[in-house]
Design a protein around this ligand. Structure first.
Ligand code: FES
Ligand code: FES
Length: 168
């Protein structure tokens, strides 16, 4: 069994760990480091439940070998809330009923974080496109799109002329 000594920085904290060559990032996060907010669904890159940010890009952590992420910066759903204060996306998912069982939600949130970092004012179509790799068997997606749209409004500077911000 070949092992690798790697360093992963997760939510700002550096962790040294030893992983097997075959260890997937999602298992390193959950099983080795205890970041169990990231869910495992299909393990075949279909469902998006395992989505995290690696070096600021949303990735399906069941598709990456942990060893390949050595030195990387990982952000998981645990990093979104600030103490008891929810991230605007979390608040919007709650307010807009963007979740039911919640299994898809960590992945939905992390994909949405990436989307809004790249595009603070996405159209509904762009939101749907960004989330097409994240499956939800509960909500029918409408409320998820509403939530991301609502969070985008909240997160944009109040003076912008965004799509939903009252500008032209
Ligand atoms: S568990 Fe990774 S995409 Fe489904
Ligand atoms: S809320 Fe149940 S899978 Fe999305």
């Amino acid at each position: 069994m070949t092992t690798h000594d790697i360093t992963l920085t997760v939510n700002g904290t550096a962790h040294d760990l030893t992983v097997e060559s075959r260890t997937l990032l999602v298992h390193a996060l959950r099983d080795d480091l205890g970041y169990t907010g990231t869910n495992v669904g299909c393990e075949t890159s279909m469902c998006g439940a395992c989505t995290v940010l690696v070096d600021d890009e949303a990735v399906k952590s069941c598709t990456l070998l942990a060893a390949a992420c050595d030195g990387g910066e990982v952000r998981t759903v645990e990093d979104l809330a600030d103490g008891s204060e929810l991230h605007p996306l979390q608040e919007a998912f709650s307010q807009e009923h963007g979740l039911q069982c919640g299994y898809c939600t960590p992945g939905m949130l992390m994909t949405s974080v990436d989307l809004l970092a790249d595009d603070p004012d996405p159209s509904r179509e762009e939101i749907r496109e960004a989330l097409e790799g994240n499956l939800c068997r509960c909500t029918g997606y409408q409320n998820i799109v509403n939530a991301v749209e609502s969070a985008a409004r909240t997160m944009r500077p109040a003076t912008d002329g965004g799509r939903g911000g009252g500008g032209d």
